[in-house]
Design a protein around this ligand. Structure first.
Ligand code: ADP
Length: 447
């Protein structure tokens, strides 16, 4: 109670008592006078309380002016009325904001869904309902994974932190592809953004089909040309009168033809990796024999350059996946190490496991790469030094193939390098892809 209210209250009580005393004195019945005035005051207060309750009751349904009253009761009525007005104004403001948000999200072409901690539907906009076939109000409160039955979506709903958005087929429309991105907020609530990427998907398919078809069509004429070049080369070898200029030209033609063949093989492999889903049932790929085979081929590639190759890998180390794809990725990295390391250089191949997963490192002490190039290194045809790459016979697709193979094995690549000192490429595989139970705690060696 504020001090002014308290003094008003005391003043009012004193006046009531004084009136009672005066009335009692006039009729010579002091106690009767006091009793009657106090009772009348109580009855009046009770009446005002009753008016207040009736007004509050009626004002809950419609806006009503407060009852007329003077004094403290007048102030109480006005005070409550002012609070009510303020409250209803801010309620109206909030309702307007919500309405505007709902109107703008309803007008969006992208779907927005709000789900609670258990992944149950709380709210969605018109586009989300259309793209995923959600029905209002039947689906409200239903677990989203019951309505969108897709294993990829279920695992993304379970754990979306730090993961890229996923692409799935629309459960409501044939031939429509959706991209879904989940953001976790508050107490594990989820906000889902759903985009129709059918057109992009179609273009992507057209692009990979085009590359695959062109590569395929080029394969046959190139095989014929290479075959004739080989026959002509054999003929020239036998003929001592062949001018040296012809010999040089023929050897260059053979070199370029085999480069084109390698390029076509890489393009075909890359479009297959992009266009097809990874095999669901994968093999257990033993790493030691696979890496030994690659090292042997690398020795042949090194030839007179006498690179020193070192392999460290446990006998039972293995990865669940596709042996051909893994061979292709690892060999690309090992052959690159040979190609970009001068004669006599060292190439170290090492496999180890830790609580995070399995890791294959391919490290060399060759020419190295300027760190500015590293983020773009796995792009198709990205080359640090075009002339050097041509000299080594590279296709510019090796690291793009490595990246795709690792993605198909739920892995990733990390690259570190210092120009002039060497490079280190590490392929990381998650624990779920490793079959060996033996965990070797190993520290990555310095370059
Ligand atoms: P390329 O067929 O040209 O070698 P890649 O995709 O395999 O294409 O590699 C891309 C580029 O990365 C290469 O052109 C090369 O400049 C660089 N690179 C790859 N591996 C190494 C390495 N071990 N040492 C130095 N540079 C490398």
């Amino acid at each position: 109670m504020t001090s002014s209210l308290r003094s008003w209250f005391i003043g009012r009580m004193v006046s009531v008592l004084a009136i009672g005393l005066l009335a009692g004195w006039l009729v010579d019945q002091i106690f009767l006078g006091l009793f009657i005035t106090t009772l009348s005051y109580l009855v009046w207060n009770h009446h005002q309380l009753h008016r207040l309750l009736r007004w509050l009751d009626e004002a809950a349904h419609k806006e009503l002016d407060p009852p007329e009253s003077k004094g403290i009761w007048g102030e109480i009525f006005d005070g409550i009325y002012r609070i009510q007005r303020r409250h209803s104004r801010s309620k109206q403001r909030l309702a307007n904001v919500i309405e505007r948000i709902q109107e703008s999200t309803a007008a969006l072409n992208d779907g927005i869904i709000m789900a609670d901690q258990n992944g149950c539907l709380e709210w969605w906009n018109r586009a989300a309902g259309e793209l995923l076939g959600l029905q209002m109000p039947d689906d409200q409160g239903q677990p989203l994974t019951n309505l969108v039955r897709n294993p990829k979506f279920a695992s993304y709903m379970e754990n979306s932190r730090g993961k890229e958005p996923i692409k799935i087929d629309s459960p409501a429309h044939e031939n429509r592809q959706l991209q879904i991105a989940i953001t976790v907020y508050g107490q594990g609530n989820r906000l889902l953004l759903v985009r129709d990427v059918s057109r992009l998907h179609q273009l992507e398919i057209m692009r990979t089909d085009f590359v695959a078809n062109v590569s395929h069509e080029l394969r046959t004429p190139l095989t014929v040309i290479s075959g004739y070049l080989e026959t002509m080369s054999d003929g020239m070898e036998m003929n001592p009168d062949t001018p040296p200029m012809f010999k040089r030209a023929l050897s260059q033609m053979q070199e370029q033809a085999s480069r084109m063949q390698r390029l076509i093989e890489d393009l075909l492999l890359l479009s297959r990796l992009e266009a097809t889903e990874p095999e669901r049932i994968s093999q257990t790929v033993k790493l030691k024999p696979l890496l030994l085979g690659i090292i042997n081929d690398a020795k042949a590639l090194s030839g007179e350059n006498q690179h020193q190759l070192q392999l460290e890998c446990a006998e039972d180390a293995s990865v669940t996946g596709d042996a051909m794809e893994l061979r292709s990725a690892f060999s690309n990295l090992v052959y690159n190490a040979i190609r970009y390391t001068p004669s006599g250089g060292k190439v170290h191949v090492k496999w180890w496991q830790d609580p995070e997963g399995g890791h294959l490192m391919i490290q060399d002490n060759g020419v190295g790469i300027d760190p500015v190039h590293i983020p773009r290194l796995t792009e198709r045809f990205y080359r640090v030094d075009k002339s050097r790459s041509h000299a080594t016979g590279g296709t510019g697709l090796g690291l793009a193939i490595v990246k795709h193979v690792l993605l198909r094995h739920e892995g990733r690549i990390s690259i570190s390098s210092h120009p002039g000192k060497g490079s280190r490429f590490i392929c990381h595989f998650p624990l779920s892809r490793i079959n060996s139970t033996k965990v070797i705690q190993a520290k990555e060696p310095d370059i």
